[in-house]
Design a protein around this ligand. Structure first.
Ligand code: S3P
Length: 176
């Protein structure tokens, strides 16, 4: 089994993914961390030096490498599914789970944690709010192609798996 967690920055992909992997005895892979380990540079520094386009190209290469690993929970970067045909690649190679947040929740989470995030670290609060609303509207079209969509505001990590299965059933998706 291969599970992909997708969703906007701050939706909890890494936190939930790591915990779920431990519970299910699966490998946990975080695409952002894999990127930073492989290229020995933080994503913020990479954006500064080489720009977003190059980042998207290398991020896709990482996705292609990771997709070969079995029995894994993969936490993607917020933009990963939204470039090239990455979302199709994800859906062809595993089960995708969209951790969905309301724009206000995203704003509340990001306003204090934007420093290490290159796309938003220079934005004022008003600009951040606009960025979230605009980007989410664009990305939602891709995110909503996920096999399972789960509200991420109050995820209870302890029974996330049960919640996931229940949500999947309600959405007519047969979870293994
Ligand atoms: C990005 C999200 C980040 C990281 C990069 C770009 C995005 O990952 O990949 O800063 O485009 O939304 P997280 O969603 O893990 O913060």
């Amino acid at each position: 089994m291969r599970l992909f967690l997708i969703g906007f920055m701050s939706s909890g992909k890494s936190t939930v993914g790591r915990q779920l992997a431990r519970k299910l005895n699966m490998e946990f892979i975080d695409i952002d961390s894999a990127f930073e380990e492989k290229y020995k540079i933080s994503i913020s520094d990479f954006f500064e030096k080489f720009g977003e386009n190059k980042f998207r190209e290398l991020e896709r290469n990482i996705l292609i490498e990771i997709i070969k690993i079995d029995n894994a929970i993969i936490s993607t970067g917020g933009g990963t599914p939204c470039f090239y045909d990455n979302m199709q690649l994800i859906n062809r190679n595993g089960i995708s789970i969209y951790l969905k947040l309301h724009p206000n929740s995203i704003f509340d989470r990001l306003k204090n944690t934007k420093k290490q995030r290159p796309l938003i670290n220079k934005l004022s609060e008003i600009e951040l709010k606009e960025f979230i609303i605009k980007q989410l509207a664009i990305r939602e079209i891709i995110y909503s192609q996920a096999n399972i969509i789960i509200k991420a505001e109050n995820l209870k990590i302890n029974n996330f798996y049960d919640e996931l299965k229940k949500t999947a059933e309600n959405q007519n998706f047969k979870f293994p």
